[in-house]
Ligand binder design. Structure first.
Ligand code: ZN
Ligand code: ZN
Length: 353
């Protein structure tokens, strides 16, 4: 069985790199299993090196199995530089200019630093079975939080009270953390795609956008539902139905091999057709994994196509400024034999008292 580091080594030869320095902590964690806050790795065709400082030596001994572990000072790059050779790729999206300069100063003769960001991220886009299992569990926990919300109710509570309550409940039910600060946004506040929960009571007869996720075994989930508190206006209900149809159309379109931008278009064309194109100001979806936002992106201008093993959200929204917002988001796994939708809470409009 090839390890993640083996697959990375294959990508290196495609890029004509002799080794890759991995310094971004999420990427280090993905490759090595290390969960501390100071670690770096070097991967080449025949070497797997891992460095951390004295604070994490014991943790690394327990977590990092497939890499040779080397002791280092807190400034890992200084100790790591002599281990680089030939054309050495580095993560240009994550390494600061200052760190790059220090690294360059400590290199051996003849070593060339080559920008090579995105290689580990590319591997991370395709999930393995264990990752999918963890994400499915995280999504299921998220579903149970929505059910809890229906029992607890919304009307008369503030957005912030509800958000705090939902996150506490996530932890009680086994999530390590929320994947991101939960969104609870009623009425016109729901028209801001990244609304922050306010100290404002949620009224009757409006729509409320809720966006939440859980972290289970380091993997994130992400799910948005828009619910009603009583009887919203007919305009609000129309927008809801439009977003629901657009979301269904994108789910229908998503499959292995389809260009990412075409999945976005499947939802966007319906929303544009209804005259709300300008009110769907974000991309259709994004990859989810160790981080809640990763590749691939499903946007109007996205390059590339969906691959088997991608875990992406499908989340169209329509935001009518000053009035109402609707977003519906599922987390799906793209497979050779179709989509597996991890989000189970109903999408027919649910009323929460
Ligand atoms: Zn979300
Ligand atoms: Zn999302």
């Amino acid at each position: 069985m090839s390890t993640r580091a083996d697959r990375l080594a294959e990508l290196l030869s495609e890029r004509e790199l002799d080794c890759l320095l991995v310094s971004d902590l999420t990427n280090v964690r993905y490759l090595t299993g290390f969960t501390g806050t100071n670690g770096a790795a070097v991967v080449s065709a025949d070497e797997r090196l891992f460095l951390t400082d004295f604070r994490y030596v014991e943790r690394a001994a327990a977590e990092v199995r497939e890499f040779e572990r080397l002791p280092a000072g807190r400034e890992l790059l200084k100790d790591l530089a002599p281990r680089l050779s030939g054309r050495a790729g580095f993560d240009d999206e994550h390494l600061s200019v200052r760190a790059h300069r220090r690294l360059a100063d400590a290199l051996s003769e003849g070593v060339e630093l080559v920008p090579a960001g995105g290689l580990v991220e590319r591997l991370r886009e395709v999930k393995d079975e264990a990752e999918v299992t963890a994400m499915a569990e995280a999504a299921k926990l998220g579903d149970s939080i929505y059910e809890y919300l229906v029992e607890r109710g919304l009307v008369g509570r503030t957005e912030r009270e509800v958000a705090v309550d939902l996150e506490r409940e996530m932890r009680l039910r086994g999530a390590r953390d929320p994947s991101f600060p939960s969104i609870v946004a009623a009425g016109a506040n729901g028209a801001l795609p990244h609304a922050e929960p306010r100290d404002v009571e949620i009224p009757r007869d409006t729509l409320v956008v809720l966006d939440l996720g859980c972290v289970v075994d380091s993997m994130c989930s992400d799910c948005t539902r828009t619910v009603a508190t009583g009887e919203p206006s007919s305009e609000a209900l129309e927008v809801y139905e439009l977003v629901r149809r657009a979301q269904a159309a994108a789910l229908e379109a998503a499959r292995v091999g389809i260009p990412c931008r075409d999945v976005d278009a499947a939802a966007r064309s319906l929303i544009e057709g209804a005259g709300h194109g300008e009110r769907f100001g974000h991309g259709l979806g994004h990859g989810v994994g160790l981080e809640v936002h990763e590749g691939p992106r499903l946007t109007k201008t996205a390059e590339g196509e969906l691959r088997a093993g991608n875990a992406v959200t499908i989340e169209p929204g329509v935001y009518v400024p000053g009035e109402v917002g609707v977003r519906i988001e599922d987390l799906v796994i793209v497979g050779e034999d179709g989509l597996r939708n991890l989000s189970g809470f109903p999408k027919a409009l649910v009323t929460v008292g």
